[in-house]
Design a protein around this ligand. Structure first.
Ligand code: MTE
Ligand code: MO
Length: 381
């Protein structure tokens, strides 16, 4: 059984697929705290969890612009480089895909709004490792991309792979980590033990787990997931006409927000005077969420929600807001309304905001679903 090394998982996770394992936390758990507990952090595996012995583990760094192949053990990584901690949100490109599916069928896992989570990652800077490997910035304009290869493999022996632009990898402000810790614990098996890449502000797919190789290259990763997946297209493109080479691989994600409480279809009793609505908001590329607007009447009138950052993340340098904000709105139940059409939309510091409906951003792979999130609830007295 190729899945023999898959770990035990929390039974409260909402499972989208068992082999490979894909699951999201229940929405109300997701927004209990700005830091997601490891057990509830969403899990997105394309392949079986590989068995990696930490004592014999080796990371290989090679490619254009490097004098030699460098091999590092886990111990080398922990002792030769400064340790850094970064609080970053990871979001799968397919988060909220199920809403796109309601417009028209898409290909992919039926994610709700829980394919997003936030952790404090501990590890070493990719930048430090590349410089240690002998890469001289600006010496070699041939190198444009940093490719990552996972140790997880499909039946043909092909491993998961992805790449990011060299600029992001080398930038002092990029905060790209090779992480061996997650929320102060050893990186869990499902999240890439013993080492994964964390690329803050960038789509989950490039945050390669069970990292085996780093390759500097003139080219992007040639993996299926970089070339023929995780790209956005016009709503009119279908599987007969799609040309994957015509679109760029997703890197930074657009602004996103969703309501986690109440649930769609809930019946709320007006036993207390106040209605409380909760959710999350995040934007890619380190852009900070500056406001979340919430409407109870489908978008005719709006209230501004209260934002809550993880501890220590309240004042981030410009362009380095890697973690989401949770938001909450408590308002009196509007009188004379027994049907509420609750909507949220976030705004980031570039004043990007979300599109109001899903149909105009529909795409065949069901990625980048970031329309206003809506829940309809009934109020009874
Ligand atoms: N890395 C490897 N090696 N194998 C994978 O299947 N999945 C990617 C990325 N890194 C994947 C991987 C995708 S699509 C996402 S969204 C994130 O890991 C999910 O990370 P998580 O499981 O820690 O939440
Ligand atoms: Mo993903």
């Amino acid at each position: 059984d190729p899945y023999a090394w898959d770990p035990q998982r929390h039974p409260a996770l909402v499972v989208n697929s068992l082999k490979p394992f894909n699951a999201e936390p229940p929405p109300e758990i997701l927004t209990e705290d700005p830091i997601t507990p490891n057990t509830f952090f969403f899990k997105r595996n394309h392949l079986p969890v590989p068995h990696v012995d930490p004592d014999s583990y080796k990371l290989e760094i090679s490619g254009t612009g490097l004098p030699d192949t460098l091999t590092l053990t886990l111990d080398d990584l922990k002792t030769k480089f400064a340790k850094h901690t970064v609080t970053a949100t990871l979001q799968c490109a397919g988060n909220r895909r199920s809403e796109m599916n309601k417009v028209k069928t898409v290909k992919g896992l039926e994610w709700g709004r829980g394919a997003i989570s936030t952790a404090r990652w501990g590890g070493v800077r990719l930048r430090d490792v590349l410089l240690h490997a002998g890469y001289k910035p600006d010496s070699c304009s041939l190198v444009q991309h940093v490719q990552f290869e996972g140790l997880d493999k499909d039946v043909t022996g092909t491993s998961y792979g992805a790449s990011i632009p060299l600029h992001k990898a080398l930038s002092e402000d990029g905060d790209v980590l090779l992480a061996y810790e997650m929320n102060g614990e050893v990186l869990p098996l499902d999240h890439g033990f013993p080492l994964r890449v964390v690329v803050p502000g960038v789509v989950g797919a490039r945050n390669v787990k069970w990292l085996g190789k780093i390759i500097l290259s003139a080219e992007e990763s040639q993996s299926h997931w970089q070339q023929n997946d995780y790209k956005g297209f016009s709503p009119s493109v279908d599987w007969d006409t799609v040309d994957f080479s015509s679109a760029p691989a997703i890197q930074e994600l657009p602004i996103q927000s969703a309501i986690t409480e109440p649930e769609d279809g809930a019946i709320l009793e007006k036993d207390s005077d106040m209605l409380t609505i909760k959710g999350y908001a995040w934007s890619g590329g380190g852009r900070e969420v500056v406001r979340v607007d919430v409407s109870l009447d489908g978008g005719k009138t709006w209230c501004v929600a209260e934002l809550r950052s993880a501890e220590g993340e309240e004042a981030r340098p410009l362009g380095k807001a890697w973690a989401w904000k949770l938001w909450e709105l408590s308002v009196p139940f509007p009188p004379d309304m027994n049907q509420l059409d609750i909507v949220c939309k976030a705004v980031d510091n570039s004043y990007n905001t979300q599109p109001d409906t899903v149909a105009p951003i529909w795409n065949l792979r069901g990625v980048l679903c970031n329309a206003w999130h809506r829940v309809r609830v009934t109020v009874t007295t």
